[in-house]
Design a protein around this ligand. Structure first.
Ligand code: UTP
Length: 224
């Protein structure tokens, strides 16, 4: 099986999250040994937003700010590459062909951001499309898609599945550096056009294990 996994950059934000990242990478090491192919895309997390906000103070353009975000995602990717001790392709992968070449060398390609105008979710969707992945997993703090905003409604419940159309309505369209939501429109467009099997899950090793085993966790994106 071919899995593309987007890890929210929040996984590198704090000591507790880094411990969980260690567990996630251990899961991946096991999965990668069993003839499976894994591609990783790492987000920018809190630090990317802090740097973007600093730049915004001086009126940098949105694409300048996006490029700052991209730089931070790549720094996070470097940490993950090091933490995978030789299992990962040693350089941060910056194009999809190199991701495929990494697989040829039995290495895990680790990407960060690519170009301004979208989030790392879009990069992960493009990588999943390019590599004909069996499953795209988006591990994000929200852990899935809810019927109502869980920050405002404590009784909100997580949906087992959501249609692309409904998800588009839920996320709206925020196109500012550092402010791309759960899934940005570019990511959803790619997922929709190629009907990529996609699951949104939490940023913990237990959820990832379940997603990789096809067990119930998070929210599937479905197509009408
Ligand atoms: P992300 O918003 O994808 O990081 O990238 P994240 O931490 O994973 O976000 P969550 O946790 O999933 O919400 C950080 C910033 O880098 C820029 C954008 O400004 C983005 O907000 N970026 C990233 C790009 O401009 N292009 C890319 O291809 C990727």
């Amino acid at each position: 099986m071919r899995y593309i996994i987007k890890l929210s950059g929040s996984i590198l934000d704090s000591k507790g999250n880094l411990d969980e990242l260690g567990k996630i990478l251990n899961e991946l090491k096991i999965v990668a040994k069993n003839e499976n192919k894994i591609g990783l895309v790492i987000g920018g997390g809190r630090r990317s937003r802090e740097f973007i906000e600093a730049g915004r103070t001086f009126d940098l353009t949105e694409s300048e700010l996006d490029k700052i975000g991209i730089a931070l995602t790549r720094i996070n990717a470097m940490i993950v590459i090091g933490a995978l001790y030789g299992l990962a392709y040693p350089r941060v992968v910056t194009d999809f062909e190199d991701a495929a070449l990494a697989w040829n060398e039995q290495k895990i390609p680790v990407m960060g951001g690519l170009t301004p105008g979208h989030s790392t979710n879009a990069v992960a969707a493009m990588l999943a499309e390019y590599t004909r992945a069996d499953l795209l997993i988006n591990a994000t703090k929200a852990g899935g898609v809810f019927d109502r905003d869980p920050t405002k409604f404590p009784d909100a419940s997580m949906l087992e599945s959501v249609s692309v159309t409904d998800l588009k309505k839920i996320i709206g369209s925020s196109f500012q550096a550092g402010k791309y939501e759960l899934m940005d429109e570019v990511a959803l467009g790619i997922i929709e056009r190629s009907k990529i099997r996609t699951k949104i899950i939490g940023t913990d090793a237990a959820s990832l294990r379940k997603a990789l085993k096809g067990e119930k966790t998070g929210t599937y994106i479905v197509f009408e």
